[in-house]
Design a protein around this ligand. Structure first.
Ligand SMILES: NC(=O)c1ccc[n+]([C@@H]2O[C@H](COP(=O)([O-])OP(=O)(O)OC[C@H]3O[C@@H](n4cnc5c(N)ncnc54)[C@H](O)[C@@H]3O)[C@@H](O)[C@H]2O)c1
Length: 255
């Protein structure tokens, strides 16, 4: 077990990629805190983890509400006594064209996907330093941070580009505390966020992926475990894209 007795907080951990990572961490021996916006699915994930012999709780958290961060950290500490790993998975994504983007939509994307992510990471890192330092922050970015992911909002693209660069800068700033900061950049993945009954949308999302299919959330688990593990101590500031080769095709086309 590569994460035995580690304590991991996973935001957005009740569905999609976050849920897969929460379960994957439990299988590697971690105690898991699911930080979710709403109750839906939380209990089900916690029960699933407990049935498999793991230990988990959930804490209702709006990552864009900075007041919720301290409550999340204190509830996690109350239950497990320490913190080791933070996975910043929660994000918001609207499908909107450039001229449909409003200031409200812009703020929502940034507040959840970038500002909330940063300030939760900041509070988490302070706690790790209080514990004597050492730990892992893993951000969920997106190929949208480096390529066009039409018809997803331009504000989502900007938030994800910010996550990728924030990962580098935080990686540098926190290296002296032995806290690594890395990012996973999924390509099109079958989750509630990407679901659509529109066959053209699905076809569009699959086009340009050499693997010829969208990813499954479980395919984000191996890099999430790797970044969280003790073996990854010397890896920081990195973004690993998990996109079936889509970026190579895209970059080949635009260069
Ligand atoms: N599905 C894809 O194709 C895809 C591609 C690239 C990146 N991603 C990224 O993967 C991550 C997970 O997305 P997913 O595809 O699993 O979709 P998802 O909808 O299952 O997960 C997003 C989660 O974020 C939570 N969330 C939203 N606002 C929140 C808030 N204010 N506070 C707390 N939680 C909040 C949602 O409740 C949900 O559980 C996101 O960061 C997303 O941008 C997804």
């Amino acid at each position: 077990m590569r994460l035995k007795d580690k304590v991991a907080i996973v935001t957005g951990g009740s569905s999609g990629i976050g849920r897969a990572i929460a379960l994957g961490y439990m299988k590697e021996g971690a105690n898991v805190v699911i930080a979710a916006l709403r109750e839906d699915n939380c209990e089900e994930v916690v029960v699933e983890i407990k049935k498999m012999g793991g230990n988990a709780i959930y804490v209702i958290t709006d990552v864009s509400n900075l007041d919720d961060h301290n409550r999340l950290l204190s509830k996690s500490l109350e239950k497990f006594g320490k913190l080791d790993i933070l996975v910043n998975d929660a994000a918001y994504s609207a499908r909107e064209e450039i001229f449909e983007t409003t200031p409200e939509s812009w703020d929502k994307h940034i507040d959840i996907g970038l500002k909330g992510l940063f300030f939760l990471s900041q509070s988490f890192a302070k706690q790790l330093i209080k514990q004597g330092a050492g730990g892992r922050i893993i951000n969920i970015g997106s190929v949208a941070g480096v390529m066009d992911f039409h018809p997803v909002s331009i504000a989502y693209h900007v938030a994800k580009a910010g996550v990728i660069h924030l990962t580098r800068v935080m990686g540098v700033d926190l290296a002296k505390y032995k806290i690594t900061v890395n990012c996973i950049g999924p390509g099109s993945t079958v989750t509630p966020m990407s679901s659509s009954k529109d066959p053209h949308y699905r076809e569009y999302m699959t086009k340009g992926i050499p693997e010829g299919r969208m990813a499954n959330p479980e395919e984000m688990v191996p890099p999430a475990v790797m970044f969280a593990s003790d073996e990854a101590e010397y890896i920081t500031g990195q973004t690993l894209f998990v996109e079936g080769g889509a970026l190579a095709v895209y970059l080949g086309r635009v260069s």
